[in-house]
Write a protein that binds this ligand. Structure first.
Ligand code: NAD
Ligand code: UD1
Length: 340
């Protein structure tokens, strides 16, 4: 079976390529390196012992995509990661997000239709649930999105759903909770460009001395310690869920042509718990302060994971401790400048 991975040089795409290859799938990858680097492909080759069949393709370029599919006629399914993901930037530059995330997905679906490829796994997000009552399951209402980024995920899910009605397309939409951590080799991981917005990269950058101090955004929330609660999922567990989703599609285990799954641990951890876990397992004291709330943050969200367990046969295995240790090992690898 041959799987095309869009955004294959990115954080989640690269980890997924490793697990697909290890599960015996043939992998093709495309990326435009908008938020990643070519050396990732070399490091994927080091991890897997395989050269990655890669081409630089921008999914906004419809004719390039179509030519790509004409050259690669034996693709069985696509995993679609390629998108922009910075929530704040999406508020400042909504058209960039609609063009890339929505326009790019439409281009991809057109090219797939022309090439008679009718199986796709799509990267969605728990952000579609907004402020929900955790544990949140897949039937929770989808409120109006709080950012253009979140809206692109909602719109893409709807487009994919419409396309399953109009054609033979089969879709698995995966709603990720908070992906963190890195591959145990520390050869691939998340490379935040500029000042990180997300908690775990900010923690590791503070610990290594790149940032002076971590600010905890609010400790007056209605939670046990006053800080927000999230469901932090190790990126390798997340990658394995994509293998399960591809098995589910290619082995026709679905009952509906559009299936949606939460990907989380089912466990909620507060910001302070994450900090304390990092300090305990990595043996580093973090410089942090309590600051004001960040606009747009939900109080608490974590996943109900039964659907993925029952239908995909997938569950997370890694602990928050392993998430922190691997994120720290990755940060040290970046600092030692041995990645490329
Ligand atoms: P990432 O930025 O590391 O990876 C995305 C990859 O897509 C990058 O390598 C980028 O260069 C590429 N790309 C972007 N636009 C492209 C285009 N027009 N053509 C070709 N390639 C393009 O992000 P990630 O964290 O790996 O996220 C992957 C997917 O998962 C995204 O769709 C994201 O929205 C979604 N998601 C991520 C998170 C998260 O916290 N990381 C959470 C929920 C959902
Ligand atoms: C953010 C995005 C969301 C995306 C998710 C996963 C926003 C509003 N939401 O969610 O769309 O799907 O990332 O990539 O940006 N925190 C601090 N100090 C920091 C950084 C974060 O206290 O320096 C806190 C936040 O307030 C939050 C928690 O840590 O309570 C996690 O934050 P973050 O990693 O940014 O993820 P989300 O807010 O869940």
């Amino acid at each position: 079976m041959k799987i095309l991975v869009t955004g294959g040089a990115g954080y989640i795409g690269s980890h997924t390529i490793v697990e697909l290859i290890q599960a015996g799938y043939d992998v093709l990858a495309i990326d435009n390196f908008d938020n990643s680097y070519p050396y990732v492909l070399d490091n994927l080759a080091k991890i897997t012992g395989r050269t990655i069949a890669f081409e630089k393709v921008d999914i906004r370029d419809k004719s390039a995509l179509k030519s790509y599919f004409q050259l690669h006629k034996d693709i069985d399914a696509v995993i679609h990661f390629a998108a922009n993901k910075a929530v704040g930037e999406s508020v400042a530059k909504p058209l960039k997000y609609y063009e890339n995330n929505v326009g790019g997905t439409v281009n991809l679906l057109e090219a797939m239709q022309e090439a008679n490829i009718d199986q796709i796994v799509f990267s969605s997000s728990c952000t579609v649930y907004g402020e929900a009552n955790p544990p949140v399951n897949e039937n929770a209402p989808i409120p109006i999105a709080q950012s253009p980024y979140g809206n692109t995920k909602q719109i893409c899910e709807e487009i994919l759903h419409d396309q399953t009605i109009a054609t033979d397309l089969k879709v698995v939409a995966l709603r990720y909770f908070n992906p963190v951590g890195a591959h145990e080799s520390a050869l691939i991981g998340e490379l935040p460009i500029g000042i990180p917005n997300n908690l775990v990269p900010f923690i590791t950058q503070t610990a290594i001395g790149k940032r002076e101090i971590l600010t905890v955004f609010g400790n007056d929330y209605p939670t046990p310690d006053g800080t927000c609660i999230r469901d932090y999922i190790h990126v390798v567990d997340l990658a394995l869920a994509h293998v399960a989703a591809i098995d589910f599609l290619t082995q026709k285990k679905y009952t509906d042509s559009f299936s949606v799954f939460n990907l989380g641990t089912g466990r909620g951890n507060s910001v302070l718990e994450v900090i304390q876990t990092f300090e305990a397992v990595c043996g580093v004291k973090l410089n942090y302060q309590i600051g004001p709330r960040r606009a747009g943050d939900v109080v608490q969200v974590y996943a109900a994971c039964e659907k993925a367990a029952n239908e995909l046969g997938w569950k997370t295995k890694k602990t928050l401790e392993e998430c922190m240790l691997s994120a720290w090992k990755w940060e040290k690898a970046i600092a030692s400048n041995t990645l490329n």
